[in-house]
Ligand binder design. Structure first.
Ligand code: ADP
Ligand code: MG
Length: 362
């Protein structure tokens, strides 16, 4: 196990990159602490697999270094990095038994059969595949093939990091939640550094202690699931995480106060920008309340979705859609209402980045 540091990393797939758009990874500085459970979260095409392949050595970055416990491994091939990688699609030997598949990474490194048996038995138990050990891998369902693929990633006890690249893609939806919690449990048991790559916020938030959110080749925020929910550092994070995501409304800042379509909106604290100009207000639907009278932003209800535990109200104010999540009674479609934003949760963003600070509002 090791601490993994990425320093000044850039990567372009084109031989002669000219501007930022030519880089799949624009500039990455990132430290993964020993033993951590990390998720790398971002939409398809944002550079997650590129980053993973650079850590494992399948790709050599155009610029920058990879350090394992301070040692530069940038030029080392994958086999010398001591890493386990689980891919989107199962990588197993069809002609071998499940046992031999799981044993392969250990035997390949000349470990003695006593240890092989111990590790294979224990991994098979954790993954609940003990009854399949003598089955030929070719005869497994896709789900079970991927479980074995994961097992092959987890069976070695001496790896620097185990990396999973969207491993649940081929798994049936009803099994997904089970494997997801299984992986979390495995992390607690094996204590290896794990990096779990996904475009699915639920997978990321249930697995990870720290989530690294990427967008277009850049890291936009690193934080605990709570950090990402409570203080999105960028409107992209606010939008990408949450269901529905954070409401983002255009506003004008004037003398430290924010105005949405001329109406003053009280911020959590100081605006954190000097001068006047355009910016954005960010407020999560969980912190928007709806009343049929009183003060607030006048809005018209468009739709109400009852999703069991709560209702999602979609309202429109000054041509902008605003979501509110309500626990109890909700107004009906077409009604005129007032929206109130919880002040301590009302943030200001400038060029996408969080600028407001908690405290005494201006
Ligand atoms: P993700 O895993 O987040 O979906 P990728 O790392 O696969 O994203 O891709 C990041 C960007 O790099 C995308 O624009 C993709 O088209 C491009 N890309 C990925 N692999 C290659 C490749 N082998 N050659 C050229 N471009 C690539
Ligand atoms: Mg990918």
């Amino acid at each position: 196990m090791a601490q993994i540091k990425l320093s000044n990393l850039r990567h372009s797939y084109t031989p002669d990159p000219k501007d930022d758009a030519d880089y799949a990874l624009k500039k990455i500085d990132l430290t993964w602490d020993d033993g951590g459970a990390y998720a790398l979260l971002g939409p398809s095409g944002c550079g997650k697999s590129t980053l993973l392949n650079i850590i494992s050595g399948l790709l050599v970055p155009s610029e920058g270094q990879i350090l394992f416990d301070g040692k530069d491994v940038t030029a080392l091939p994958p086999a010398r990095r001591n890493i386990a990688q689980v891919f989107q699609f199962p990588v197993i030997y069809d002609t071998m038994s499940v046992y031999d598949n799981l044993a392969f990474p250990l035997r390949n490194r000349g470990r003695d059969e006593d240890l092989v048996r111990k590790r294979v038995t224990s991994i098979a138990e954790m993954l609940e595949v003990s009854d399949m050990l003598s089955t030929r891998a070719a005869n497994l369902s896709p789900d079970n093939k991927q479980k074995i693929s994961m097992g092959r990633g987890l069976v070695r006890e001496d790896v620097n990091v185990v990396m999973f690249d969207e491993p649940l893609t081929v798994i049936d939806p009803h099994l997904k939640w089970k494997l997801r919690s299984k992986l979390k449990e495995l992390h607690l048991r094996v204590k290896a550094t794990m990096i779990y790559v996904t475009h699915d916020q639920t997978e990321a938030l249930t697995f990870a202690d720290q989530v690294v959110v990427m967008q277009e080749g850049e890291v936009v925020q690193i934080g605990s699931p709570v950090d990402l929910f409570e203080r999105p550092a960028h409107t992209f994070v606010g939008h990408f995480i949450g269901s529905p995501g954070m409401n983002v409304l255009p506003c004008d800042v004037s003398d430290g106060a924010a105005f949405f379509a001329g109406e003053r909106i009280a911020l959590e604290g100081p605006a954190g920008v000097s001068g006047n100009g355009s910016a954005e207000i960010g407020i999560r639907p969980e912190f928007v309340s709806v009343s049929e009278s009183g003060s607030g932003l006048a809005a018209t209800v468009r739709k109400v979705a009852d999703i069991g535990r709560h209702k999602v109200v979609e309202a429109v104010a000054h041509d902008r859609r605003i979501h509110a999540i309500l626990e109890g009674e909700a107004p009906g479609a077409g009604e005129t209402v007032n929206l109130q934003f919880m002040q301590s949760q009302t943030r200001l963003y400038k060029d996408g980045w969080l600028v407001s600070r908690p405290g005494e509002a201006a």
